[in-house]
Design a protein around this ligand. Structure first.
Ligand code: G3I
Length: 329
């Protein structure tokens, strides 16, 4: 069983780069899984603003470059994440006290430098991540970028990215848009429609799909993917994981719950294949390799087992569920 051989679109995983302890480049066991199952890599943190530009005008590409080189030598593509985000902007950006127009310069310089550095080496970029609120109606999230530049910062980032790298695919990426907050998907699609109508360069929409075994409903997930695909743009599942312990009812992953999770992986993948035609499939990336690598326990302060491999690097039923989903095409 090797996921990548079942799909004719990128099957990816998010991984830490150096200097994080679980760095792919320091772990032979992780490399073995990556090389067997995946055809695409995303840096879980290492290509975010804080890490690529830790001090004003000082870019640090060493670790991200090492990942790109590893990917190249093993025949994987790389999805860049993310040129512009408010979380994990560099602390010096967050703390900057000068005039608002300086934020435009900051954004321009970051996007230009980073997109130029990686030009020709990446398959795709998340150009802007998480720019809208979870409210109903959803609106622009009041981030340092929005507050200082205004809503035009999003379009600006896409235009700059295209200028710097003519062939890379440009995505807008967000969470809770695969059914959880319908008003947020409405808002994102309104922006997409506007961009497409005005010729702002954008190639696709990334659905993060951080979900659990209960919600959102499969119907809501299918509906969300299909609304995006109807625009004729590429659709990625960019950060897939399926939590099981959302009510904190378990202290271990039982076989029954593991099977429930496997079924859910299968259904989500099937929903993607049913609603997104082959030429619009930008790929599916899972957000981490082993359960112990997942962001969820730290972030949500609870145990969980949301991924495809356990802490001993062994296949979980979820892996089989994902494979079954891919085979359904
Ligand atoms: O780098 C510091 C380190 O110096 C320090 O010692 C350590 C102590 O806590 O923290 C380290 O920073 C952590 C960073 O990951 C790198 O490991 C942050 O605390 C931690 O909050 C951060 O979490 C990341 C999170 O984004 C930030 O919001 C997760 O690993 C990462 O999986 C997660 O990924 C996001 C996507 O980028 C966007 N979509 C949602 C997704 C899940 O939250």
């Amino acid at each position: 069983l090797a996921l990548k051989s079942i799909a004719d679109f990128p099957i990816g995983v998010a991984v830490p780069v150096d200097p994080w302890p679980n760095s792919l480049l320091r772990s032979k066991q992780r490399q073995a899984l990556v090389e067997k199952h995946f055809s695409s890599l995303t840096a879980e943190n290492g290509m975010k603003m804080a890490y690529l530009q830790p001090r004003p005008g000082e870019f640090e590409f060493t670790h991200a470059d090492a990942l790109v080189n590893y990917a190249k030598s093993h025949g994987l593509v790389v999805h860049g994440h993310a040129l512009v985000w408010h979380t994990q902007a560099a602390p010096w950006m967050d703390e900057y006290q000068g005039p608002a127009y300086r934020f435009t310069e900051m954004l321009d310089s970051h996007v230009r430098n980073v997109a130029t550095h990686f030009a020709g080496k990446l398959k795709s970029w998340d150009v802007v991540n998480e720019a809208f609120t979870d409210d109903s109606p959803s609106d622009y999230r009041p981030t340092i970028w929005f507050n200082n530049i205004g809503p035009g910062y999003i379009e600006r980032a896409f235009r700059l990215a295209r200028e710097a790298d003519p062939n890379v695919e440009l995505y807008y990426n967000d969470y809770n848009i695969s059914g959880a907050v319908p008003a947020k998907l409405d808002r994102v699609l309104a922006m997409l429609d506007d961009f497409l109508a005005r010729g702002v360069p954008i190639d696709g929409l990334g659905f993060q799909v951080h979900i659990d075994t209960e919600s959102p409903s499969l119907e809501a997930i299918r509906d969300a993917f299909s609304r995006a695909a109807k625009r004729g743009i590429k659709v990625r599942i960019s950060e897939l994981d399926i939590a099981v312990n959302q009510s904190e009812q378990y202290d271990a992953l039982s076989p029954a719950v593991a099977e429930l999770q496997a079924k859910r992986y299968q259904q989500v993948i099937q929903a993607y294949l049913d609603t997104v035609p082959p030429k619009l499939r930008g790929g599916i990336t899972v957000w981490g390799l082993t359960d112990g690598d997942s962001w969820i326990p730290g972030f949500k302060q609870r145990q969980d087992w949301p991924l495809l491999f356990d802490d001993n690097f062994a296949d979980k039923p979820a892996l089989v569920g994902m494979a079954n989903g891919l085979e359904s095409q």
